[in-house]
Design a binder for this molecule. Structure first.
Ligand code: XMP
Length: 325
């Protein structure tokens, strides 16, 4: 099949165009897979969520969604995947709690690229194990979108479950492969997915693993997850969600001296990052109101265990990258 978007294909900008696309793809998926089962790695990101919702419409429980919780997801994400797909859409969802497996493998590993490799390889292993438990799977659905094919985006492709062993090479089902991200969002909305899933900011495949700098420890991972949740909550409350391209917290692997409850404390700092970009090749720093920064600082230092300082990263890309690792 061609990997070039047909010239005749209209940009999907409205609900009506999205519904037409959905009807067309539902028919195409049914024709491709018949009554066979399809496997999907459902991360809860925009692309895999939209593929899941589309395929549930087409083939119902013959879609087997596997959600791997590697312990590096943001606060509330695994719960939302279960709520939306299992409870609301009645999906055939396999939830795999692989938190200990990932964190044990990552223990003591400092080098960012090594951390990425371990997370990627372990993900394939867990997914492979789940695939082998399922009978009669002949197809693998993927949230490939057009920029992945064009390879123009610097955002590294994260939804391709490449690397599965030879005997698990399934035929691919890629209903979004000619869509750009904004079109995927319009389709996701038309499929009834919640706004906070459809308009979610980019989140790297290795997740919080590259925001908990150096060797990942459970206590610092929890601190980065909790501080990230506070940042997201405050940005949403103050109209910055959907306006700022990407924002998150980072926790370094050093401590500093502070004072808490009248006593000397020796705890970690949390770094806030909020950037805008078109293509992630260069980025500028969002001019976050100072009063909001102070409020977020007060909340993080009061609510997040083990944190006594908050810093704001003023560095554009270049010279910084968006992530710290
Ligand atoms: P950098 O840090 O390179 O980030 O300026 C550019 C964009 O890419 C995302 N990013 C990743 N995405 N796997 C991913 O799926 C990764 O390993 C990875 N590293 C960075 C980053 O969040 C930003 O949007």
């Amino acid at each position: 099949m061609s990997n070039v978007r047909p010239e005749s294909m209209e940009r999907i900008t409205t609900e009506a165009l999205a519904q037409a696309f959905i009807a067309e793809q539902v028919a195409a998926v049914k024709a491709q897979v018949g009554d066979k089962k399809v496997l999907l790695a459902l991360s809860g990101g925009v692309d895999s969520s939209v593929v899941a919702a589309l395929l549930i419409k087409a083939i119902g429980k013959n879609l087997v969604c596997v959600h791997v919780n590697h312990g590096l997801l943001r606060k509330g994400e695994p719960e939302q995947v279960i709520e939306v797909f299992r409870n609301q859409m009645d999906a055939n969802l396999v939830y795999v709690d692989a938190v200990d497996r990932f964190l044990d493998k990552l223990a003591g590993v400092v080098e960012p690229e090594k951390k990425r490799k371990i997370i990627g390889a372990e993900f394939i292993r867990v997914f492979e194990e789940e695939a082998r438990k399922q009978d009669g799977i002949e197809f693998l659905a993927q949230g490939t979108i057009y920029p992945d094919i064009l390879e123009s985006g610097p955002v590294k492709a994260h939804h391709n479950v490449g690397g599965l062993p030879e005997d698990l090479k399934f035929e691919l089902v890629e209903p979004l492969k000619f869509l750009f991200k904004d079109e995927v969002r319009v389709v996701g909305k038309a499929l009834g997915l919640p706004d906070n899933m459809v308009f979610r900011q980019p989140f790297p495949g290795p997740g919080l693993g590259v925001r908990c700098l150096g060797a990942i420890t459970r206590d610092r991972l929890e601190a980065v997850r909790e501080s990230d949740a506070i940042l997201r909550e405050e940005f949403a409350k103050n109209g910055l969600e959907g306006k700022v391209w990407q924002y998150f917290t980072v926790i370094p692997d050093f401590k500093s001296v502070g004072v808490k409850d009248g006593k000397r404390s020796f705890e970690w700092p949390v770094i806030l990052r909020a950037v805008n970009t078109k293509d992630a090749m260069t980025a500028t720093v969002e001019d976050v109101p100072f009063a909001l920064l102070q409020h977020i600082t007060a909340r993080i230092t009061a609510e997040v265990k083990g944190v006594n300082r908050v810093l704001f990263d003023l560095t554009p890309k270049p010279t910084g990258t968006i992530e710290w690792e």
